[in-house]
Every structure is written in C-alpha cells, then in structure tokens.
Design a protein around this ligand. Structure first.
Ligand code: SAH
Length: 397
C-alpha cells in the first residue's frame, strides 16, 4: 500500500477497538490521549484496558461498528481480524489490522512529537524499521540536530551562558545542545567545542571571540557588549564557553553585565576540563586511601606574586591533596619549584594532559621536579591540565 498520510482529529469521535490484550491496550492508550470516544469489544479484556475505556465483554458483531469513524482489529485471531476488516469495508469505515501489515485500509505510524511538531513514520511491511527511525529522529530532535526550530516567540532576547565541556562535542549537556539549536546568535570561545557549530543553520550569527574579523581577540568588555546588544535586539544569544562557564571562564562577569543591562540570563553548567582532563588520562582525582580532596588552581600568575589571587602555594604544597592546575603551562617550572620549596616531595607523581578529550589529546607523566621539562620536551603547551599527586599513578599498572 503506497497510501496517503493523514493526521486524524479523533476528538469525541467513536473508535472501536476489537481485542482485549496488550496490543489493544497500547492502541487504546494512544486513542484516549487523542480524545477519541473509544469502545473496546472482546470476550476477555485486561483490567488495565477496562480502566481506560468502556468495554463490551463479548465477541465482535458488526453492529458494534455503529457510529464508528475508525476501527482497530487487535485480536490474536486472524479470522476475527479479517471479519472485522470485512465488516468495516462494508460500512466504509477505515480499519487498522494489528496482525497484518497488508490487511485493513489504514495503518498506524510510529510517532514522535516535539515542540508542536508531529513526526509519523511508516515502515512499509516492517514496523520495526519505522520504530527504529522514529527513535533516531526523536533523539536527533531532542539534541537539536535537526532543523526543527520553533517560530520564535514575541518575547525579548535573552542570554544563556553555556558550558561546552572540555572539547569532545559529545561532552556538552543535552540542555546546552538544545539551547544551541534554538540560538539566533552564538558567541564562541577559542576552547569551546567548535564542532558543535557545524550543524547550525546559516542564519545563525556566529561571533568568534578568539578570531574576530579584525584578527584580534575580543576584549571581555567587547564580549559583554555583544551579548547585551544582541539580546536587546530580541535575539536568543548562546555564549558557548569551554568547560564550565563559572570555572576560570569569566562567566560571572558576563552574568553581571547582563543583569546590569536588565537582560534575562541563565547558566548551563559544563563539564570542566579540571575534571574531564584528569579523567580522560585515566587519573582519578580522589582515590580511597590515596587522596580525599583536590584543589583546582589557576597557574597563570607568578607563584611568587599571586597573593592578590589568593593562591596559597605554601599551604597547597604542605597539604597532601591532589592539585589540578589550569593555565599553568607558561609557569610550570616556577610552580613546581614553589611547591617543592614549601614541602611537596619532588618525587610526587605529576601529569600534563594536553587537549584533553579531543583527537589531539596527549599525556606526559613524570615526577614533580621533572614534569615541566618533560612537557617542554614533548612540545606540550596550552591548553593543558596539570595534575599533581599520588593519584596520577594509581591506575597505572
Ligand atoms: N572554563 C574552563 C577553563 C577555562 S581556563 C573549564 O572549565 O574547563 C583555560 C584553561 O583550561 C586552559 O589553559 C587549560 O588549562 C584548561 N583547558 C581547557 N580545555 C582543555 C582541554 N581540552 N585540555 C586540557 N586543558 C584544557
């Protein structure tokens, strides 16, 4: 049957379901949800089914079709289903046969609904194909991989600070993907997972903070201005950042800029490279009997002069916990020396995880006193996460 696809308005209309088992139950459930006036006819009927709709506990008779717009033959007896189909044919009522894809005069579809859209899939004579495709479409819609952008509401613009995760495009959150799929403007960082931009329609404006048209990086003030300006113009703005927006990402400043300008702003947490980097290298940040705490520190200032930033290097050196250093590659030599001077064992295992979770990931391990040199020899610079502590070797066999 080539068929002619239709969406039926069944609200208040009589639909007769012949059959009282599991198949009938699924159909009745959906029909009731569609507002149909359902009548179930079968000698034996599941209690769950009887709770959903009026029932006639007896064999099917043609008179049961009185007033029906549609009938579903859902018994496990092909002869009964055939008799239902014949009766429906005589009365010019469409009939769906559950047991035989080629029988009857109508077919049901595998259905996905999303944001006012209905996707109905028919799989020829193989309903499993339809279900498999429907499931794939439903997932893709949910992840924003398909062009199902809703007509934008009249409401004003807004900004979402979205954590894009450490780099692998699969490590962004579902909510982040969804917001990205609905964005009018995406303001993106150098370290954000840029593969996610590939699927966006051409109509989406992409503002690249790491590589502007003038070939210089946008300053933080310029970025704040772009966010506020676009949102004021009624756009849905996604600020796509690497890792988590509120971990060394200046997300707090962007948040405040929006609040000061009266722009609705939200934050979608992301998987920080501080967590994902060590994990991707097989390093647990805590491990029973080895480390019960970890500290995430920025290494972008000289250890000797970082009092303003509140980094207590002597304290960190003295504690036995795991250290995770971001933005530390330029000063790794100084940082390691500082830690050793204040009491960390020079033999403490350390690791540098470069471009974690991406296809360019590289890992170098070595004792704290040598880690900076080893990383330099291996040519590893930013972006890298440095881990210091006995956990570095705990899974190495
Ligand atoms: N908000 C981010 C951190 C931004 S600061 C987050 O939560 O991950 C930038 C620093 O993050 C880099 O210098 C580097 O230390 C680290 N970084 C970000 N992505 C990384 C990656 N894929 N691999 C290793 N380090 C990364």
């Amino acid at each position: 049957m080539t068929g002619y696809p239709l969406l039926l308005d069944l609200a208040g209309r009589r639909v007769v379901v012949v059959g009282g088992g599991a198949v009938a139950l699924r159909r009745v459930h959906d029909l009731v949800a569609a507002g149909a006036d359902v009548l179930v006819v079968a000698p034996e009927i599941l209690d769950d089914l009887a709770a959903l709709a009026p029932v006639h506990r007896r064999p099917f008779g043609e008179d049961d079709l009185a007033g029906a717009w549609l009938v579903m033959a859902c018994t496990d007896d092909p002869d009964v289903n055939a008799a239902v189909a014949e009766a429906a044919e005589r009365r010019q009522i469409f009939c769906v046969r559950a047991d035989s894809a080629t029988g009857g005069t109508a077919r049901t579809s595998a259905v996905a609904r999303f944001d006012g859209l209905t996707v109905a899939v028919n799989g020829g004579d193989d309903p499993r194909r339809a279900v498999a495709l429907r499931d794939a479409v439903a997932t893709a819609l949910d992840l924003g991989e398909l062009p199902a952008r809703p007509v934008r509401p009249a409401a004003g613009g807004e900004v979402a600070l979205v954590g894009g995760g450490p780099g692998d495009p699969e490590l962004v959150t579902v909510r982040g993907r969804r917001l990205l799929a609905r964005a009018d403007v995406v303001v993106v960082d150098r370290l954000a997972p840029r593969e996610l931009l590939a699927g966006l329609p051409d109509t989406v404006e992409i503002v690249d903070c790491g590589k502007s048209a003038h070939r210089h990086n946008l300053t933080q003030d310029e970025i704040n201005e772009v966010l506020v300006d676009r949102a004021r113009a009624g756009k849905r703005v996604v600020r796509l950042k690497g890792g988590d927006p509120f971990v060394f990402g200046r997300g707090g400043e962007e948040w405040l800029a929006c609040v000061r300008a009266g722009i609705p702003v939200s934050v979608v947490p992301g998987l920080s490279s501080a967590l994902a980097g060590p994990a991707a290298a097989g390093i647990p940040l805590t491990h029973r009997g080895v480390a019960a705490d970890f500290t995430v520190v920025s290494g972008h200032l000289d250890p000797g002069r970082s009092a303003d930033e509140g980094v207590d290097w002597p304290g960190l050196a003295a504690s036995g916990g795991t250290l995770v250093l971001l933005m530390a590659m330029e000063r790794l030599e100084l940082i390691a020396a500082e830690l050793i001077e204040h009491g960390r064992d020079p033999a403490t295992p350390a690791a540098v995880v470069h471009r974690a979770t991406t296809s360019g990931q590289r890992v170098v391990r070595g004792p704290l006193r040598e880690i900076a040199g080893l990383a330099r020899e291996a040519g590893l610079g930013a972006p890298s996460v440095v881990v210091v502590g006995d956990v570095v070797d705990v899974l190495v066999s």
